[in-house]
Design a protein around this ligand. Structure first.
Ligand SMILES: Nc1ncnc2c1ncn2[C@@H]1O[C@H](COP(=O)(O)OP(=O)(O)OP(=O)(O)O)[C@@H](O)[C@H]1O
Ligand SMILES: [Mg+2]
Length: 235
């Protein structure tokens, strides 16, 4: 068994002539919690899409449990790879407006033909504090509830890898803490987490912060992370 859940070797990606990721080498250990930070436009979401099996890299290798993901799988295979291994929380949630909270959570699994326990869905919704919003439509829920609906959907099949794109982007401090608590609990349960975020509170829970700039990375290990904190932390 390979030691790392993910290994990136010489990974590159460009939009046209614009290089977004420039020969990146990076490992993710199972059960680790990494934050990806960097300025707007630095390529954080792009990197997350590649990790999530949504975006083919221009060059280099993406190995997941030793398997060369993009070389080995065609589009159909990539779809199964994602369903089996990846939970993804999008930056803009991507909830379908004509489905309720619960239907949005069930939707991807419904189409995949995979099965899950209804009890498990109820437990997750309760853990995330959205059980009482199950029948509400996205237009009638708050930003934080939409975020947690997206998170619940990402977690439904208990994937080994959870990718989150700015999970606390527009949330107030209390709602942000609720998400941070969930992420910490998930880390304890052994899930591997990779999270794009600028939140000092999320960085504090992480093992390391990967800074992305001009297509290159710089890594700060836990203990050496010095996030700027906007507001003092409430105990
Ligand atoms: N489909 C696309 N075609 C061309 N350029 C794109 C495309 N998608 C993104 N870009 C550009 O690539 C760069 C990296 O985008 P990306 O979304 O990865 O940045 P980001 O770090 O996630 O930014 P933000 O913090 O604003 O979410 C940006 O300059 C963006 O405008
Ligand atoms: Mg982004």
């Amino acid at each position: 068994m390979p030691e790392n859940l993910i290994t990136l070797k010489n990974l590159s990606f460009s939009y046209g002539k614009r290089k977004i990721l420039d020969e990146i080498d990076l490992d993710f250990a199972p059960g680790s919690f990494s934050v990806i930070a960097g300025e707007s436009g630095s390529g954080k979401s792009t990197l997350l899409y590649i990790l999530g099996g949504f975006q083919r890299p221009g060059g280099g290798e993406y190995l997941f449990r030793g398997n060369r993901v993009y070389r080995r799988f065609g589009e159909f295979g990539l779809g199964s790879f994602r369903k089996k291994n990846i939970g993804f929380l999008f930056q803009d949630f991507r909830l379908l407006p004509f489905l309720t909270v619960e239907q949005n959570i069930r939707f991807p699994v419904y189409f995949s033909g995979m099965r899950f326990e209804n009890v498990r869905l109820k437990e997750r919704m309760e853990q995330l504090g959205i059980a009482d919003r199950a029948r509400a439509y996205p237009s009638a829920i708050s930003g934080g509830e939409a975020q947690r609906t997206g998170l619940c959907r990402a977690l439904l099949m208990d994937p080994p890898l959870l990718l989150l794109d700015e999970p606390t982007g527009n949330l107030d401090r209390a709602t942000e803490q609720a998400i941070v608590d969930v992420l910490q609990a998930l880390k304890k349960s052994g899930l591997t987490l990779i999270c794009v975020s600028h939140s000092a509170f999320i960085m504090e829970c992480a093992d390391r912060v990967i800074h992305l700039k001009d297509g290159k990375i710089r890594i700060a290990e836990a203990g050496k992370i010095q996030p700027k904190r906007a507001t003092p932390r409430k105990k």
